[in-house]
Design a binder for this molecule. Structure first.
Ligand code: NAD
Ligand code: TYD
Length: 351
């Protein structure tokens, strides 16, 4: 069936994998990639598909209602997959307002434009909001996040995502906008900006620079390979029930320090270094303010309703990720040539 799908944030890490999957898998869909190209957006992520007849890029800002209205008046949009966001917790601690503007107000702009342009024909439409497990707050050593867990965000980033989730649901209840939401755990894989733990550590290990581990490295994250997330987004976009929320988890809980040791082993192996060389770079630094201890997802709703299963195990995923970064140094060089040095200095040399 012919459809036009608007994917916001499609030049970012997860968005670019979702765009590629949809462009390849659905030749009858037109994929409109709306992205502002902030520091985190990079069209090089899509170099392999950007000349495809069913793909179009439009540079626009979700904070700008006029730009959004124009896009909706020029295109008959059937579905939206909304990923555009400020996504890094550390940046949200330094500059919370940027997160409020993009993640909350930007999402409301998109909701308004979708509601207004779909008001006479909501049937068959879908507004899919991509969110994070961080909205649930922090777990102790036991337990899991369920879809019914009360929201308890603790960073400006997670509070802005929680707020946007509530607004999305409010538009479902109030205006009948056909929404669906998923809350996923930490992603890793190719094309992730090297401000996040895994690509930052890979880049530092490669360059024999210290690997900054916050606090004692005891914090636990549930890691999911990005292609698995993209595949799940496809499933939920097509099969998820309107008005529902689905939790997506990697089933790969790891303490940061254990993850870093694993990564060091893989890097030693790939770089032909003596075993133990990379681990010597591990440097414990001042903890993140309000650092959530543990995230862990219960995905049984997704498994029971949509027959979903996580596929890739961490061992395999981390090897693929390392190999991608090592064979895409040019991508890294371009990414690092922007404001990265300044960011890195402010974030790590002042700790
Ligand atoms: P990212 O930072 O790599 O990409 C964000 C993209 O949004 C970039 O391409 C950027 O240019 C674009 N963008 C930012 N502000 C914009 C604006 N005002 N207008 C238009 N485009 C704008 O982020 P990511 O890691 O790919 O995350 C994508 C989404 O998934 C986010 O909503 C995030 O909250 C969510 N999420 C991320 C993770 C994770 O581990 N990375 C986990 C769960 C959920
Ligand atoms: P990150 O990749 O920023 O994702 P999130 O904060 O969304 O979970 O961080 C993952 C974990 O790694 C988190 O517990 C913070 C920690 N961390 C470090 O120890 N050092 C770093 O330099 C970074 C960026 C993160």
């Amino acid at each position: 069936m012919k459809k036009t799908i608007l994917i916001t944030g499609g030049a970012g890490f997860i968005g670019s994998h979702v765009v590629r999957l949809f462009v390849n898998k659905y030749p009858d869909y037109t994929i409109l990639n709306l992205d502002l190209l902030t520091y985190a957006g990079n069209l090089e992520n899509l170099g392999d598909i950007d000349t495809r007849p069913n793909y179009r890029f439009v540079r626009a800002d979700i904070r700008d209602t006029d730009q959004l209205s124009k896009i909706f008046s020029e295109n008959e949009i059937d579905g939206i997959i909304h990923l555009a966001a400020e996504s890094h917790v550390d940046r949200s601690i330094t500059d919370p307002l940027a997160f409020i503007n993009t993640n909350i107000l930007g999402t409301v702009n998109l909701l308004n434009v979708a509601r207004d342009s779909w008001k006479d024909k909501m049937n068959g439409k879908r507004f899919y909001h991509i969110s994070t497990d961080e909205v649930y707050g922090s777990l102790g050593k036991e337990g899991f996040f369920y879809e019914t867990t009360a929201y308890d965000p603790r960073s400006p980033y997670s509070a802005s995502k929680a707020s946007s989730d509530h607004l999305v649901m409010a538009y479902y209840h109030t205006y009948g906008l056909p929404v669906v939401i998923s809350n996923c755990s930490n992603n890793y894989g190719p094309n992730q900006f090297p401000e996040k733990l895994i690509p930052l550590a890979i880049n530092n290990i490669k360059n024999s620079k210290p690997i900054p581990v916050y606090g004692k490295g005891e914090n636990i994250r549930d890691w999911m390979f990005v292609l698995d997330h993209a595949r799940t987004i496809d499933l939920i976009f097509h099969k998820g029930r309107t008005g529902e929320t689905y939790n997506i988890g990697g089933h790969n809980e790891l303490k940061n320090i254990d993850l870093i040791h694993k990564l060091c082993e893989v890097m030693d192996n790939r770089l032909n270094r003596v075993r133990g060389t990379s681990a010597k770079l591990i440097t414990f630094v001042k903890d993140r303010a309000g650092h959530d201890l543990r995230y862990a997802i219960d995905s049984s709703k997704l498994q029971n309703e949509l027959g979903w299963m996580p596929s890739l195990q961490f061992e395999e995923g981390i090897e693929k990720t390392v190999d991608w970064y090592l064979s895409n140094q040019e991508w890294m060089d371009h990414v690092l040539s922007g404001d990265y040095e300044k960011y890195y200095h402010n974030q790590y040399h002042k700790r």
